[in-house]
Unconditional design. Sequence first.
Length: 364
Amino acid sequence: MAAIQLICAQVGIVSGRGLAALLRERYGVRALWPACALLAIANIVNMGADLGAMAASTTMITGIPGYYLTPVYAALIACAMAWTSYHYIARIFKWMTLVLFAYILTAFLAHPNWQNVIHATFIPHVEWSRAYMATLVALLGTTISPYLFFWQVNQEVEEQRDQGKVTPPRRPSFTRQQQRDSRFDVITGMLLSNVIMYFIILTTGATLHLHGATHISTTQQAGEALRPLAGKAAYLLFTLGIVGTGMLSVPVLAGSTAYAIAEAGRWRTSLRYSPRCAPQFYAVLGIALLVALALNYIGWGVVAMLFWSAVINGILAPPLIVLVVLLCSDPGVMGRHVSSRLLRSLGWVTAGVMGVAAAGMFLT
């Protein structure tokens, strides 16, 4: 996961261009538009699930019906992205990540059997079945997600613009300090995200699954099932974590969708611009949020939406990883700053493993 994001960061810093723009230039629209379409579908379904989860979690604390809260959260996120600067959004996101530690505290409040936890951590259960393979693809897809590729590249470009630097087609000034900063930023973020995911799995495995609650369709159902098993404190922390995670993920999902489609269409693209200066970019962002919002009113379950959007990501990721690794190996894009052999090798291995997992899911 860290290797793929490091490659994306390097591509953004060196080229000064977004991922969709580079894919269009090097491989044409035939490779780009199908990828953008699948990315948009997965992102919108994921956003719909996140908005519904945030609303349902807030309902558990306030009693306000979720169908009132869902559009409020969507409008709040849309306004924040349209009328604040990229620098301000990035700063807010960094502080909001602290809420994710609620999941770690929840795991300890659940009082799991630590002997079983250690055993299951290092000796995983494996089986050849439809449910297992689909879950494996979803797990990989929610970890190594295509929307993160687009966001990472564009984040680096936005950082350069925010610092007032000119971004020519090729950036020869990829310094050692930039390499160190990028490596620290990406590895820290990827490590934290995996630690948080581990404790979410641990919490649900030690409470809901252990007591037979294996068919959860809403986050409200998960929270209510958690309260008698792990106590009110765990229930409140779990709820806080869902809201905080949604506030972090929905803007990234919406932003990556807008970046990909706007760059594919060769429109003006940046969160630095106002909606008046980049109307197509913000139109894509707004439409994505509206469709995601609508999904909450047609009866789809939040957990099902999250699961299947992750499966789509798991299927889309391998070919996109191949294209990203080809970009980072291309002197025409990277100049003399092509990615290291280690990163490229890890990229190929990742594409292979995820491709095999996706093939296994279809075979079962």
